[in-house]
Design a protein around this ligand. Sequence first.
Ligand code: FRU
Length: 476
Amino acid sequence: MNALTRDLIRLTEKAEKSADADSRFRQKIHLMPPTGWLNDPNGLCQHGGVFHAYFQYSPFNAEGGVKMWGHCTSRDMVRWEYQGTALYPDQPFDCHGVYSGSAFAEDGVMYVYYTGNVKLEDREDYDYINTGREANTVLVTSRDGQNFGPKQLLMKNTDYPPDLSLHVRDPKVWKDHGTYYMIQGARTKADTGQALIFRSEDRINWTLHNRVETEAPFGYMWECPDYFEVSGVKLLLASVQGLTGGVWDERNVYQSGYFLVGGDILDEYRLSEYRLWDYGFDYYAPQSFETEDGRRIQIGWMGMPDCEEYTNPTIKDGWQHCFTFPREIFVEDGKVRQRPVRELEERERQIEDVQDDAFSGLFIKEGYPVYDLTVDRISENRFRAVLADELVLEYTGRRFEMRFLNRNKSSVSAGRGLRYTELERLENVRILADVSSVEVFLNNGEYVLTTRYYPDKACVRVEAEGAGVKFNIIEG
Ligand code: FRU
Protein backbone atom coordinates (compact mmCIF):
# COMPACT_ATOMS: atom_id res chain seq x y z
CA MET A 1 0.00 0.00 0.00
CA ASN A 2 1.43 3.40 -0.89
CA ALA A 3 0.94 6.74 0.86
CA LEU A 4 -1.80 7.76 -1.58
CA THR A 5 -3.80 4.58 -0.90
CA ARG A 6 -3.52 5.19 2.84
CA ASP A 7 -4.86 8.73 2.51
CA LEU A 8 -7.65 7.70 0.18
CA ILE A 9 -8.76 5.03 2.65
CA ARG A 10 -8.79 7.53 5.48
CA LEU A 11 -10.64 10.21 3.50
CA THR A 12 -13.20 7.73 2.18
CA GLU A 13 -13.96 6.44 5.67
CA LYS A 14 -14.31 9.98 6.94
CA ALA A 15 -16.74 10.89 4.16
CA GLU A 16 -18.76 7.74 4.86
CA LYS A 17 -18.94 8.47 8.59
CA SER A 18 -20.39 11.90 8.02
CA ALA A 19 -23.05 10.61 5.59
CA ASP A 20 -26.69 11.26 6.43
CA ALA A 21 -28.03 7.77 7.13
CA ASP A 22 -31.68 8.89 7.19
CA SER A 23 -31.97 10.96 4.06
CA ARG A 24 -35.54 10.59 2.86
CA PHE A 25 -35.04 9.04 -0.55
CA ARG A 26 -32.66 6.27 0.55
CA GLN A 27 -33.56 3.01 -1.11
CA LYS A 28 -34.54 -0.13 0.83
CA ILE A 29 -33.87 -3.00 -1.60
CA HIS A 30 -31.63 -1.36 -4.19
CA LEU A 31 -27.89 -1.16 -3.82
CA MET A 32 -26.86 2.47 -3.28
CA PRO A 33 -23.64 4.20 -2.19
CA PRO A 34 -23.02 4.93 1.50
CA THR A 35 -22.30 8.50 0.42
CA GLY A 36 -21.40 10.37 -2.77
CA TRP A 37 -21.82 9.17 -6.32
CA LEU A 38 -22.37 5.69 -7.80
CA ASN A 39 -22.40 4.61 -11.44
CA ASP A 40 -21.73 1.30 -13.22
CA PRO A 41 -22.00 -2.15 -11.65
CA ASN A 42 -18.59 -3.84 -11.78
CA GLY A 43 -17.12 -7.23 -10.93
CA LEU A 44 -20.50 -8.93 -10.45
CA CYS A 45 -20.08 -12.56 -9.47
CA GLN A 46 -21.01 -15.29 -7.04
CA HIS A 47 -17.88 -16.49 -5.31
CA GLY A 48 -18.04 -19.24 -2.68
CA GLY A 49 -21.81 -18.82 -2.41
CA VAL A 50 -21.64 -15.07 -1.74
CA PHE A 51 -22.80 -12.48 -4.26
CA HIS A 52 -20.32 -9.67 -4.86
CA ALA A 53 -21.21 -6.38 -6.48
CA TYR A 54 -18.73 -3.55 -6.92
CA PHE A 55 -19.71 -0.10 -8.06
CA GLN A 56 -18.09 2.91 -9.65
CA TYR A 57 -17.80 5.13 -6.60
CA SER A 58 -16.89 8.77 -5.95
CA PRO A 59 -17.37 9.16 -2.20
CA PHE A 60 -16.28 12.81 -2.03
CA ASN A 61 -18.77 14.31 -4.42
CA ALA A 62 -22.41 13.38 -5.12
CA GLU A 63 -21.98 14.74 -8.65
CA GLY A 64 -19.03 12.52 -9.55
CA GLY A 65 -15.25 12.67 -9.34
CA VAL A 66 -12.34 10.27 -9.41
CA LYS A 67 -13.67 6.69 -9.49
CA MET A 68 -12.93 3.85 -7.08
CA TRP A 69 -14.61 0.48 -6.63
CA GLY A 70 -17.01 0.31 -3.69
CA HIS A 71 -17.84 -3.23 -2.63
CA CYS A 72 -21.06 -4.85 -1.40
CA THR A 73 -21.92 -8.46 -0.67
CA SER A 74 -25.19 -10.29 -0.36
CA ARG A 75 -26.57 -13.77 0.27
CA ASP A 76 -29.82 -13.15 -1.61
CA MET A 77 -29.30 -10.15 -3.94
CA VAL A 78 -31.97 -8.27 -1.98
CA ARG A 79 -30.08 -7.21 1.15
CA TRP A 80 -26.68 -5.76 0.24
CA GLU A 81 -24.05 -5.05 2.85
CA TYR A 82 -21.38 -2.47 2.19
CA GLN A 83 -17.91 -3.88 2.79
CA GLY A 84 -15.79 -0.82 2.12
CA THR A 85 -13.86 0.40 -0.88
CA ALA A 86 -11.91 -2.38 -2.56
CA LEU A 87 -9.88 -0.61 -5.26
CA TYR A 88 -8.43 2.89 -5.20
CA PRO A 89 -6.93 4.97 -8.03
CA ASP A 90 -3.42 4.86 -6.61
CA GLN A 91 -1.08 3.85 -9.45
CA PRO A 92 0.35 5.81 -12.40
CA PHE A 93 -1.76 3.67 -14.76
CA ASP A 94 -5.12 4.25 -13.00
CA CYS A 95 -4.67 7.59 -11.23
CA HIS A 96 -7.76 9.20 -12.80
CA GLY A 97 -10.07 6.37 -12.01
CA VAL A 98 -10.39 2.65 -11.47
CA TYR A 99 -12.88 2.48 -14.31
CA SER A 100 -15.32 -0.29 -15.06
CA GLY A 101 -14.47 -3.96 -15.35
CA SER A 102 -15.44 -7.47 -14.40
CA ALA A 103 -14.59 -10.37 -12.12
CA PHE A 104 -13.86 -13.88 -13.26
CA ALA A 105 -13.82 -16.43 -10.45
CA GLU A 106 -11.93 -19.69 -10.86
CA ASP A 107 -10.41 -22.18 -8.39
CA GLY A 108 -11.17 -19.97 -5.42
CA VAL A 109 -9.50 -16.90 -6.93
CA MET A 110 -11.28 -13.79 -8.17
CA TYR A 111 -9.55 -12.29 -11.21
CA VAL A 112 -10.64 -8.70 -11.60
CA TYR A 113 -9.98 -6.88 -14.88
CA TYR A 114 -10.64 -3.16 -15.14
CA THR A 115 -9.69 -0.06 -17.07
CA GLY A 116 -7.07 2.18 -15.51
CA ASN A 117 -8.09 5.64 -16.62
CA VAL A 118 -5.46 8.35 -17.04
CA LYS A 119 -6.21 11.88 -18.18
CA LEU A 120 -3.10 13.88 -18.93
CA GLU A 121 -2.76 17.46 -17.71
CA ASP A 122 -5.05 20.16 -19.13
CA ARG A 123 -3.75 21.27 -22.48
CA GLU A 124 -5.63 23.05 -25.21
CA ASP A 125 -4.34 20.77 -27.93
CA TYR A 126 -5.68 17.64 -26.21
CA ASP A 127 -9.14 16.52 -27.31
CA TYR A 128 -9.16 13.58 -24.84
CA ILE A 129 -10.38 11.32 -27.64
CA ASN A 130 -7.28 10.85 -29.77
CA THR A 131 -4.88 12.72 -27.53
CA GLY A 132 -4.39 13.41 -23.85
CA ARG A 133 -5.50 10.18 -22.20
CA GLU A 134 -4.68 6.54 -21.55
CA ALA A 135 -6.90 3.49 -21.18
CA ASN A 136 -4.99 0.68 -19.49
CA THR A 137 -6.16 -2.89 -18.97
CA VAL A 138 -5.32 -3.94 -15.42
CA LEU A 139 -5.56 -7.25 -13.54
CA VAL A 140 -5.78 -7.65 -9.80
CA THR A 141 -6.66 -10.79 -7.84
CA SER A 142 -8.31 -11.60 -4.55
CA ARG A 143 -9.41 -14.64 -2.55
CA ASP A 144 -12.10 -12.93 -0.49
CA GLY A 145 -13.21 -10.15 -2.81
CA GLN A 146 -12.15 -7.37 -0.44
CA ASN A 147 -8.38 -7.72 -0.11
CA PHE A 148 -6.53 -7.51 -3.37
CA GLY A 149 -2.92 -8.24 -4.34
CA PRO A 150 -0.72 -6.00 -6.48
CA LYS A 151 -2.16 -4.49 -9.64
CA GLN A 152 -0.70 -5.76 -12.88
CA LEU A 153 -0.76 -3.63 -16.03
CA LEU A 154 -1.69 -5.98 -18.91
CA MET A 155 -2.33 -3.75 -21.94
CA LYS A 156 -1.91 -0.11 -22.94
CA ASN A 157 -3.33 1.88 -25.86
CA THR A 158 -0.39 0.83 -28.04
CA ASP A 159 -1.53 -2.79 -27.60
CA TYR A 160 -4.92 -2.05 -29.18
CA PRO A 161 -5.46 -1.71 -32.96
CA PRO A 162 -3.95 1.53 -34.36
CA ASP A 163 -7.18 2.72 -35.99
CA LEU A 164 -8.79 3.12 -32.56
CA SER A 165 -9.07 6.34 -30.59
CA LEU A 166 -7.85 6.33 -26.98
CA HIS A 167 -11.33 5.27 -25.83
CA VAL A 168 -11.03 1.54 -25.20
CA ARG A 169 -12.43 0.24 -21.93
CA ASP A 170 -14.55 -1.93 -19.67
CA PRO A 171 -13.11 -5.46 -19.99
CA LYS A 172 -15.49 -8.37 -19.38
CA VAL A 173 -13.96 -11.85 -19.21
CA TRP A 174 -15.39 -15.33 -19.75
CA LYS A 175 -14.07 -18.81 -20.50
CA ASP A 176 -15.00 -20.99 -23.44
CA HIS A 177 -13.54 -24.48 -24.09
CA GLY A 178 -10.48 -23.84 -21.94
CA THR A 179 -9.66 -20.45 -23.47
CA TYR A 180 -10.27 -17.08 -21.82
CA TYR A 181 -11.94 -14.30 -23.78
CA MET A 182 -12.16 -10.61 -22.96
CA ILE A 183 -14.51 -8.13 -24.62
CA GLN A 184 -13.82 -4.39 -24.47
CA GLY A 185 -15.73 -1.37 -25.76
CA ALA A 186 -14.09 0.98 -28.25
CA ARG A 187 -14.36 4.10 -30.37
CA THR A 188 -12.49 4.19 -33.66
CA LYS A 189 -10.61 7.23 -34.92
CA ALA A 190 -13.44 7.54 -37.46
CA ASP A 191 -15.91 7.84 -34.53
CA THR A 192 -17.72 4.53 -34.76
CA GLY A 193 -18.47 2.24 -31.85
CA GLN A 194 -17.34 -1.37 -31.77
CA ALA A 195 -16.26 -4.17 -29.46
CA LEU A 196 -12.88 -5.92 -29.38
CA ILE A 197 -12.42 -9.53 -28.36
CA PHE A 198 -9.07 -10.67 -26.97
CA ARG A 199 -8.04 -14.21 -26.10
CA SER A 200 -5.67 -15.70 -23.57
CA GLU A 201 -4.50 -19.12 -22.43
CA ASP A 202 -3.21 -17.94 -19.04
CA ARG A 203 -5.46 -14.96 -18.09
CA ILE A 204 -2.42 -12.64 -18.31
CA ASN A 205 -1.18 -12.50 -21.91
CA TRP A 206 -3.90 -11.34 -24.26
CA THR A 207 -3.97 -11.10 -28.05
CA LEU A 208 -6.62 -9.54 -30.26
CA HIS A 209 -8.93 -12.23 -31.58
CA ASN A 210 -11.88 -10.49 -33.30
CA ARG A 211 -13.58 -7.14 -33.77
CA VAL A 212 -17.33 -6.82 -33.62
CA GLU A 213 -19.30 -4.07 -35.29
CA THR A 214 -22.53 -3.46 -37.14
CA GLU A 215 -22.63 -3.24 -40.95
CA ALA A 216 -23.50 0.44 -40.85
CA PRO A 217 -21.89 2.63 -38.16
CA PHE A 218 -23.93 2.55 -34.96
CA GLY A 219 -23.01 5.31 -32.49
CA TYR A 220 -19.51 6.66 -31.85
CA MET A 221 -18.68 4.62 -28.74
CA TRP A 222 -19.74 1.28 -27.26
CA GLU A 223 -19.29 1.19 -23.49
CA CYS A 224 -19.50 -1.77 -21.15
CA PRO A 225 -19.94 -4.56 -23.71
CA ASP A 226 -20.91 -8.02 -22.51
CA TYR A 227 -21.50 -11.35 -24.22
CA PHE A 228 -23.47 -14.38 -23.07
CA GLU A 229 -25.83 -17.13 -24.12
CA VAL A 230 -29.22 -17.91 -22.54
CA SER A 231 -31.20 -20.97 -23.65
CA GLY A 232 -29.17 -21.15 -26.85
CA VAL A 233 -29.74 -17.47 -27.69
CA LYS A 234 -26.50 -15.47 -28.05
CA LEU A 235 -26.48 -11.83 -27.00
CA LEU A 236 -23.93 -9.08 -27.50
CA LEU A 237 -24.56 -6.13 -25.18
CA ALA A 238 -23.36 -2.58 -25.59
CA SER A 239 -24.13 0.77 -24.00
CA VAL A 240 -24.06 2.96 -27.06
CA GLN A 241 -23.26 6.66 -27.25
CA GLY A 242 -24.00 8.87 -30.22
CA LEU A 243 -27.34 7.61 -31.57
CA THR A 244 -29.28 10.60 -32.82
CA GLY A 245 -32.14 11.45 -35.15
CA GLY A 246 -35.58 9.85 -35.54
CA VAL A 247 -36.80 7.87 -32.57
CA TRP A 248 -33.48 8.28 -30.71
CA ASP A 249 -34.31 11.93 -30.11
CA GLU A 250 -37.27 10.80 -27.98
CA ARG A 251 -35.10 8.53 -25.87
CA ASN A 252 -32.28 8.92 -23.35
CA VAL A 253 -29.02 10.64 -24.22
CA TYR A 254 -27.28 7.21 -24.33
CA GLN A 255 -28.73 3.73 -24.84
CA SER A 256 -28.27 0.27 -23.37
CA GLY A 257 -29.28 -2.72 -25.41
CA TYR A 258 -28.21 -5.86 -27.21
CA PHE A 259 -27.83 -7.49 -30.59
CA LEU A 260 -28.80 -11.12 -31.14
CA VAL A 261 -25.77 -12.88 -32.57
CA GLY A 262 -26.02 -15.27 -35.48
CA GLY A 263 -23.01 -17.42 -36.35
CA ASP A 264 -20.07 -17.18 -33.95
CA ILE A 265 -18.99 -14.02 -32.13
CA LEU A 266 -15.45 -15.44 -32.07
CA ASP A 267 -15.42 -15.95 -35.83
CA GLU A 268 -17.98 -15.07 -38.54
CA TYR A 269 -21.03 -13.42 -36.98
CA ARG A 270 -24.20 -11.56 -37.92
CA LEU A 271 -25.79 -8.99 -35.61
CA SER A 272 -29.54 -8.42 -35.43
CA GLU A 273 -31.06 -4.97 -35.07
CA TYR A 274 -30.36 -3.35 -31.70
CA ARG A 275 -32.94 -3.88 -28.93
CA LEU A 276 -33.16 -1.81 -25.78
CA TRP A 277 -33.04 -3.43 -22.37
CA ASP A 278 -35.16 -0.70 -20.89
CA TYR A 279 -37.44 2.03 -22.24
CA GLY A 280 -37.52 4.19 -19.11
CA PHE A 281 -35.40 7.15 -18.02
CA ASP A 282 -32.72 5.63 -15.85
CA TYR A 283 -30.87 2.63 -17.15
CA TYR A 284 -27.26 2.35 -18.30
CA ALA A 285 -24.11 0.22 -18.33
CA PRO A 286 -25.64 -3.11 -17.26
CA GLN A 287 -23.39 -6.07 -16.49
CA SER A 288 -24.33 -9.73 -16.21
CA PHE A 289 -23.02 -12.80 -14.41
CA GLU A 290 -23.99 -16.42 -13.96
CA THR A 291 -25.10 -17.69 -10.55
CA GLU A 292 -23.87 -20.99 -9.16
CA ASP A 293 -27.32 -22.44 -9.98
CA GLY A 294 -26.95 -21.42 -13.63
CA ARG A 295 -29.11 -18.28 -13.90
CA ARG A 296 -28.01 -15.27 -15.93
CA ILE A 297 -28.44 -12.16 -13.76
CA GLN A 298 -28.08 -8.61 -14.95
CA ILE A 299 -27.79 -5.42 -12.94
CA GLY A 300 -27.78 -1.94 -14.45
CA TRP A 301 -26.90 1.50 -13.20
CA MET A 302 -30.22 3.24 -12.49
CA GLY A 303 -28.89 6.50 -13.85
CA MET A 304 -27.74 8.21 -17.00
CA PRO A 305 -24.44 9.93 -17.77
CA ASP A 306 -24.25 13.45 -19.24
CA CYS A 307 -27.95 13.97 -18.67
CA GLU A 308 -29.12 17.56 -18.73
CA GLU A 309 -32.80 16.80 -19.10
CA TYR A 310 -33.42 15.67 -15.53
CA THR A 311 -31.68 15.32 -12.19
CA ASN A 312 -31.89 13.77 -8.71
CA PRO A 313 -32.74 15.76 -5.59
CA THR A 314 -30.63 13.40 -3.46
CA ILE A 315 -27.59 15.45 -4.48
CA LYS A 316 -28.64 17.85 -1.72
CA ASP A 317 -28.51 14.92 0.71
CA GLY A 318 -24.96 14.04 -0.33
CA TRP A 319 -25.56 11.01 -2.54
CA GLN A 320 -26.75 10.13 -6.02
CA HIS A 321 -27.81 7.03 -7.98
CA CYS A 322 -28.34 3.36 -7.26
CA PHE A 323 -28.39 0.02 -9.10
CA THR A 324 -31.45 -1.54 -10.66
CA PHE A 325 -32.89 -4.50 -8.83
CA PRO A 326 -31.04 -7.64 -10.11
CA ARG A 327 -32.93 -9.18 -13.01
CA GLU A 328 -32.93 -12.73 -14.35
CA ILE A 329 -32.53 -12.78 -18.11
CA PHE A 330 -34.51 -15.61 -19.64
CA VAL A 331 -35.99 -16.69 -22.95
CA GLU A 332 -39.65 -17.64 -23.26
CA ASP A 333 -41.64 -18.03 -26.50
CA GLY A 334 -38.45 -17.12 -28.34
CA LYS A 335 -38.27 -13.70 -26.64
CA VAL A 336 -35.55 -12.35 -24.36
CA ARG A 337 -37.17 -11.27 -21.10
CA GLN A 338 -36.29 -9.89 -17.68
CA ARG A 339 -37.78 -10.43 -14.23
CA PRO A 340 -36.69 -9.47 -10.70
CA VAL A 341 -34.59 -12.27 -9.17
CA ARG A 342 -36.81 -14.88 -7.53
CA GLU A 343 -35.13 -14.36 -4.13
CA LEU A 344 -37.30 -11.24 -3.82
CA GLU A 345 -40.42 -13.36 -3.30
CA GLU A 346 -39.03 -14.76 -0.05
CA ARG A 347 -39.12 -11.24 1.36
CA GLU A 348 -42.63 -10.39 0.25
CA ARG A 349 -45.85 -10.35 2.21
CA GLN A 350 -49.12 -10.38 0.34
CA ILE A 351 -51.50 -7.62 1.34
CA GLU A 352 -54.11 -7.98 -1.40
CA ASP A 353 -55.12 -10.49 -4.03
CA VAL A 354 -58.16 -9.25 -5.90
CA GLN A 355 -59.30 -11.44 -8.73
CA ASP A 356 -62.22 -11.70 -11.13
CA ASP A 357 -65.55 -10.46 -9.83
CA ALA A 358 -64.09 -9.13 -6.60
CA PHE A 359 -62.18 -6.50 -8.57
CA SER A 360 -64.16 -3.38 -9.39
CA GLY A 361 -61.53 -2.19 -11.84
CA LEU A 362 -60.12 0.39 -9.46
CA PHE A 363 -57.40 -0.42 -6.93
CA ILE A 364 -55.93 2.13 -4.52
CA LYS A 365 -53.25 1.58 -1.90
CA GLU A 366 -51.60 4.16 0.31
CA GLY A 367 -48.79 4.15 2.81
CA TYR A 368 -46.48 1.47 1.37
CA PRO A 369 -43.36 2.83 -0.35
CA VAL A 370 -41.77 -0.55 -1.18
CA TYR A 371 -43.95 -3.01 -3.06
CA ASP A 372 -44.30 -5.50 -5.88
CA LEU A 373 -47.65 -5.07 -7.65
CA THR A 374 -48.83 -7.38 -10.43
CA VAL A 375 -51.80 -6.70 -12.67
CA ASP A 376 -52.58 -9.66 -14.92
CA ARG A 377 -55.25 -10.83 -17.35
CA ILE A 378 -55.50 -7.28 -18.67
CA SER A 379 -58.26 -7.15 -21.27
CA GLU A 380 -58.43 -4.90 -24.31
CA ASN A 381 -55.31 -3.06 -23.23
CA ARG A 382 -57.22 -1.30 -20.47
CA PHE A 383 -54.56 -0.19 -18.04
CA ARG A 384 -53.68 3.00 -16.28
CA ALA A 385 -51.77 3.47 -13.04
CA VAL A 386 -50.83 6.66 -11.23
CA LEU A 387 -48.06 6.58 -8.63
CA ALA A 388 -47.65 9.39 -6.11
CA ASP A 389 -50.31 11.38 -8.05
CA GLU A 390 -47.72 12.34 -10.67
CA LEU A 391 -46.24 9.31 -12.42
CA VAL A 392 -48.63 7.87 -14.98
CA LEU A 393 -48.17 4.41 -16.50
CA GLU A 394 -50.65 3.94 -19.27
CA TYR A 395 -51.47 1.98 -22.38
CA THR A 396 -52.63 4.46 -24.95
CA GLY A 397 -52.51 4.73 -28.75
CA ARG A 398 -50.72 1.39 -29.33
CA ARG A 399 -48.00 2.22 -26.90
CA PHE A 400 -47.17 1.94 -23.22
CA GLU A 401 -46.22 5.25 -21.68
CA MET A 402 -44.31 6.26 -18.57
CA ARG A 403 -45.22 9.91 -18.12
CA PHE A 404 -44.80 12.48 -15.38
CA LEU A 405 -47.55 15.06 -15.03
CA ASN A 406 -45.17 17.73 -13.78
CA ARG A 407 -41.72 18.19 -15.34
CA ASN A 408 -40.54 20.75 -12.88
CA LYS A 409 -37.12 19.86 -11.45
CA SER A 410 -38.44 20.29 -7.91
CA SER A 411 -41.37 17.90 -8.47
CA VAL A 412 -41.69 14.10 -8.16
CA SER A 413 -40.16 13.77 -11.65
CA ALA A 414 -37.11 15.98 -10.98
CA GLY A 415 -37.43 17.01 -14.63
CA ARG A 416 -38.41 13.76 -16.30
CA GLY A 417 -41.13 13.90 -18.97
CA LEU A 418 -42.20 11.02 -21.20
CA ARG A 419 -40.79 7.65 -22.32
CA TYR A 420 -42.66 4.87 -24.10
CA THR A 421 -42.46 1.60 -25.92
CA GLU A 422 -44.65 0.54 -28.80
CA LEU A 423 -46.81 -2.44 -27.97
CA GLU A 424 -49.53 -4.37 -29.81
CA ARG A 425 -51.15 -5.95 -26.82
CA LEU A 426 -50.74 -5.50 -23.08
CA GLU A 427 -51.24 -8.68 -21.06
CA ASN A 428 -49.72 -7.99 -17.68
CA VAL A 429 -47.80 -5.34 -15.75
CA ARG A 430 -45.52 -5.83 -12.78
CA ILE A 431 -44.41 -2.75 -10.82
CA LEU A 432 -41.47 -3.01 -8.45
CA ALA A 433 -41.39 0.18 -6.41
CA ASP A 434 -38.78 1.24 -3.87
CA VAL A 435 -38.66 4.51 -1.94
CA SER A 436 -37.35 6.48 -4.95
CA SER A 437 -37.50 4.13 -7.95
CA VAL A 438 -39.99 2.29 -10.11
CA GLU A 439 -39.27 -0.64 -12.44
CA VAL A 440 -42.14 -1.69 -14.68
CA PHE A 441 -42.14 -5.10 -16.40
CA LEU A 442 -44.63 -5.64 -19.25
CA ASN A 443 -45.87 -8.94 -20.69
CA ASN A 444 -43.75 -11.24 -18.50
CA GLY A 445 -40.74 -8.99 -18.82
CA GLU A 446 -40.65 -8.60 -22.59
CA TYR A 447 -40.37 -4.83 -22.11
CA VAL A 448 -39.14 -2.91 -19.08
CA LEU A 449 -39.32 0.79 -18.14
CA THR A 450 -37.29 2.09 -15.21
CA THR A 451 -37.20 5.46 -13.53
CA ARG A 452 -36.17 7.22 -10.36
CA TYR A 453 -38.94 9.29 -8.76
CA TYR A 454 -39.20 11.42 -5.65
CA PRO A 455 -42.65 11.09 -4.10
CA ASP A 456 -43.96 13.09 -1.14
CA LYS A 457 -46.30 10.28 -0.19
CA ALA A 458 -46.52 6.62 -1.11
CA CYS A 459 -49.66 5.82 -3.04
CA VAL A 460 -50.66 3.89 -6.12
CA ARG A 461 -53.91 3.87 -8.03
CA VAL A 462 -54.63 1.29 -10.74
CA GLU A 463 -57.47 1.29 -13.26
CA ALA A 464 -57.72 -2.01 -15.13
CA GLU A 465 -61.26 -3.20 -15.66
CA GLY A 466 -61.54 -6.97 -15.82
CA ALA A 467 -57.98 -7.66 -14.64
CA GLY A 468 -56.61 -9.21 -11.44
CA VAL A 469 -54.34 -7.43 -8.95
CA LYS A 470 -51.82 -8.75 -6.45
CA PHE A 471 -50.17 -6.33 -4.05
CA ASN A 472 -47.19 -7.53 -2.03
CA ILE A 473 -45.11 -5.42 0.29
CA ILE A 474 -41.42 -6.05 0.76
CA GLU A 475 -40.10 -6.19 4.29
CA GLY A 476 -36.98 -4.11 4.87
C1 FRU B 1 -20.07 3.96 -18.31
C2 FRU B 1 -18.64 4.44 -18.09
C3 FRU B 1 -17.62 3.38 -18.46
C4 FRU B 1 -16.44 3.78 -17.62
C5 FRU B 1 -17.09 4.23 -16.36
C6 FRU B 1 -16.38 5.33 -15.64
O1 FRU B 1 -21.00 4.64 -17.52
O2 FRU B 1 -18.40 5.65 -18.80
O3 FRU B 1 -17.35 3.29 -19.84
O4 FRU B 1 -15.55 2.71 -17.42
O5 FRU B 1 -18.39 4.67 -16.71
O6 FRU B 1 -17.01 5.62 -14.43
